[in-house]
Design a protein around this ligand. Structure first.
Ligand SMILES: Nc1ncnc2c1ncn2[C@@H]1O[C@H](COP(=O)(O)OP(=O)(O)OP(=O)(O)O)[C@@H](O)[C@H]1O
Ligand SMILES: [Mg+2]
Length: 515
């Protein structure tokens, strides 16, 4: 049967109780089909064998300890920053191209006409497939012949358009992709197997992106429009999403998605990936159990939240924990747990509840420990005060590139509290609150490593004393671009070991000896 846009004889029965299919998608009026995303998303970038290939990431990378930093002092930092800036295309998705985009748009438009406002749910995929296939075959009669493999790719793309999150659905379904960044309709970048590359998937135009944005935010009871152009949320599978639309985003709607890692990572996995050694694991476990206050620091996407999740699960099960986050992504498995999430202003500019408000409130909830997902502002001072006053063993993360930088960052964040404290008072507060800094980095080969475990040892005059206990020493890169290096103990026995052992957590005698 010949297909004419807008004039196709229906041949499929609707599904009661589902979602209405409007007339057209993804046409510029943005009138989209709603789908709740059948995404079997599995952010699996952390598999050991998957983070080892060449080519540099385009974003910042923290320096790691210099091979000659034997004194264990954090001033001995060398940078292994990359010089290459090429941006490879995603070679694992070779069958998708502009032609597929054109065809998928064409088939989809006709399919929507064909379905004539019937209702479907994400799990109607198998029911919808034969109809979509028929429409596709009709369209392909007037086109150049397509290889069976490309036909299969086209069919799935059309189904994703009707039932899922359009071009993003394929990226969401692929477990080797951990991050998706939509910069404009035609610029999508992904992190696959730990490496950033340009995706071959594209949107038709801005309205198409907005259509998918709408599908994401509507079930969350939110809207993205000129009045609220920035939206944070989560996909049905728990992936974290940030959306910025025009007029703030100049190249069209922008989306950044950190996929949810389905497999629960534990400290043994991190040892297995080479992110830390068994000795470092033992030390962190004892330090958390013995209620040392810890800041996990690192650059964007360096693995701070993952490490925070892992170390927080060392907390003894009998303790009461309050977690505080902007967009909840922590996975803490403790029975006596309260999870709090901040709230932005509503459309009338009211109702904001900040991380700082929540930290203050948490102290009235009788927590043994407070975990703040990320310190970004004045709440840092409240957090340090909590660490100093009966909530030892509290944990948080900070955005910074070296342990010394972490201290400066904490100082700056405390200044944002609005209390006009002299910097010396702030430094003192940090020195008595924070026991350990766990510094994390994403290296040039895409792997994530703990590059330093550094002890805050107190003040000498106006200077905070830092001592590296474990460092990652990078020796070079293999021909394939894989980072060559190793973790080592610096030989300094941390001062806090005495306290850790006095609380009953004995550590192997040779743990801090360099090998
Ligand atoms: N040790 C690790 N080895 C391999 N992959 C990891 C490791 N830690 C984290 N990842 C992966 O790296 C990505 C970023 O991790 P995570 O969200 O913990 O980073 P982050 O520093 O908190 O990022 P952000 O700055 O955006 O908050 C995730 O996909 C995660 O699965
Ligand atoms: Mg994080």
């Amino acid at each position: 049967m010949a297909l004419v846009p807008g004039g196709v004889r229906p041949r499929f029965g609707g599904a009661p109780g589902g979602v209405p299919i409007p007339n057209s998608l993804p046409v510029p009026d943005g009138n989209g089909v709603h789908g709740n995303g059948s995404n079997g998303v599995n952010g699996d970038a952390a598999s050991p064998g998957r983070l080892q290939t060449a080519a540099p990431p385009p974003r910042e990378e923290a320096p790691v300890a210099a091979p000659n930093g034997a004194g264990g002092n954090t001033t001995g930092i060398a940078s292994f920053l990359l010089t290459e800036m090429e941006m490879p295309e995603d070679t694992d998705d070779a069958d998708f191209d502009e032609e597929m985009l054109r065809l998928s748009h064409k088939v989809h438009t006709l399919l929507v006409d064909e379905l004539g406002g019937q209702q479907f749910k994400a799990d109607d995929r198998d029911r919808l497939r034969p109809v979509a296939q028929q429409v596709m075959n009709d369209v392909l009669k007037d086109e150049k012949p397509l290889m069976p493999k490309r036909k299969a790719v086209l069919l799935e793309e059309v189904l994703n358009e009707v039932l899922g999150f359009g071009p993003m659905q394929y990226l969401l379904n692929d477990p080797t992709i951990s991050e998706i960044m939509v910069n404009s309709p035609t610029d999508i970048f992904i992190e696959r197997k730990g490496k950033i590359c340009r995706s071959r998937r594209k949107f038709v135009n801005e309205a198409h992106v907005m259509n998918i944005v709408d599908r994401i935010v509507r079930p969350l009871g939110k809207t993205a429009n000129a009045r609220t152009p920035m939206v944070d949320g989560r996909l049905p599978d728990g992936s974290r999403v940030n959306i910025v639309i025009p007029p703030l985003a100049l190249n069209g709607p922008s989306m950044s998605i950190r996929k949810f890692f389905q497999k629960k990572l534990d400290s043994e996995s991190l040892v297995g990936f080479g992110s830390m050694t068994e000795g470092m694991r033992l030390f962190l476990e004892a330090a958390v159990k013995a209620r040392m206050n810890m800041i996990i620091a690192g650059g964007t996407g360096s693995g701070k939240t993952t490490t925070l999740n892992i170390v927080s699960n060392f907390i003894p099960q009998g303790e009461r924990v309050v977690t505080i986050e902007d967009a909840a992504e922590l996975q803490v498995y403790i029975p006596n747990l309260v999870r709090l999430e901040s709230r932005p202003k509503n459309i009338e500019g009211e109702g904001e509840v900040t991380i700082r408000d929540l930290v203050k409130n948490a102290l009235r909830m009788r927590p043994d420990r407070v975990i703040v997902g990320e310190c970004r502002g004045g709440e840092t001072l409240d957090m340090l005060q909590a660490m100093n006053t009966g909530h030892e063993g509290s944990l948080s993360t900070v955005h910074s590139n070296t342990p010394r930088d972490t201290i400066s960052r904490l100082e700056t964040l405390c200044l944002m509290s609005g209390l006009e404290l002299p910097i010396r008072v702030i430094s003192k507060q940090i020195s008595s609150a924070v026991n350990l800094i766990v510094q994390q980095a994403r290296l040039s080969d895409g792997s994530r490593k703990i590059t330093h475990i550094t002890e805050v040892q107190g003040m000498e005059g106006d200077t905070l004393l830092l001592q590296d206990i474990f460092v990652f020493e990078q020796k070079g890169r293999s021909a394939e671009g894989k980072v060559i290096g190793r973790h080592r103990a610096t030989g300094f026995r941390p001062k806090c070991v005495h306290e850790i052992e006095s609380r009953g957590y004995n550590l192997p005698r040779n743990l801090f000896q360099p090998d």
